[in-house]
Design a protein around this ligand. Structure first.
Ligand SMILES: *[C@@H]1O[C@H](CO)[C@@H](O)[C@H](O)[C@H]1NC(C)=O
Length: 125
């Protein structure tokens, strides 16, 4: 029993202190890499700016902390329950995926699916 406790503490401590630059460097117990500001360091090489947020601090720690509403997310950094990781439809190149209200995301997906099938539907600027 004591031995199991020690192993668990060791695993948690290791996960909590593992440094990273991308979520893909993190273990399955703490898949998200976040910098000191709590910003998710998503796997998008070549982009220093994310929707106005400048990620100057590109080194972080692996964590299992979830992204809150409007925070950046990806396949490693998941959203809190009720929110979905979604990239808004936009004419501007490559906005990052963020956590949005899951109900709203479903509405957006339905809307754009219909829009794509309709030749008169205007795409965003
Ligand atoms: C998402 O939006 C719906 C409808 O506006 C609302 O009922 C629901 O509480 C929202 N969910 C969260 C997690 O805020």
């Amino acid at each position: 029993m004591y031995g199991l406790f020690v192993v668990l503490v060791a695993v948690v401590a290791t996960a909590a202190t593992q440094s990273c630059h991308f979520g893909s460097h993190c273990p399955s117990s703490a898949t998200c890499c976040r910098n000191s500001l709590g910003e998710a360091l998503v796997d998008s090489p070549g982009f220093g700016h994310f929707g106005g947020i400048s990620l100057t601090d590109r080194s972080g720690q692996c964590t299992s902390q979830l992204s809150r509403e409007h925070q950046i997310c990806d396949s490693h950094c998941h959203c809190e329950p009720g929110y979905e990781c979604y990239t808004p439809m936009s004419g501007v190149c490559c906005p990052p995926a963020r956590c949005y209200n899951a109900t709203w995301v479903q509405q957006q997906k339905d809307y754009w699916q219909k829009c794509m099938a309709d030749p008169h539907c205007a795409l965003p600027p």
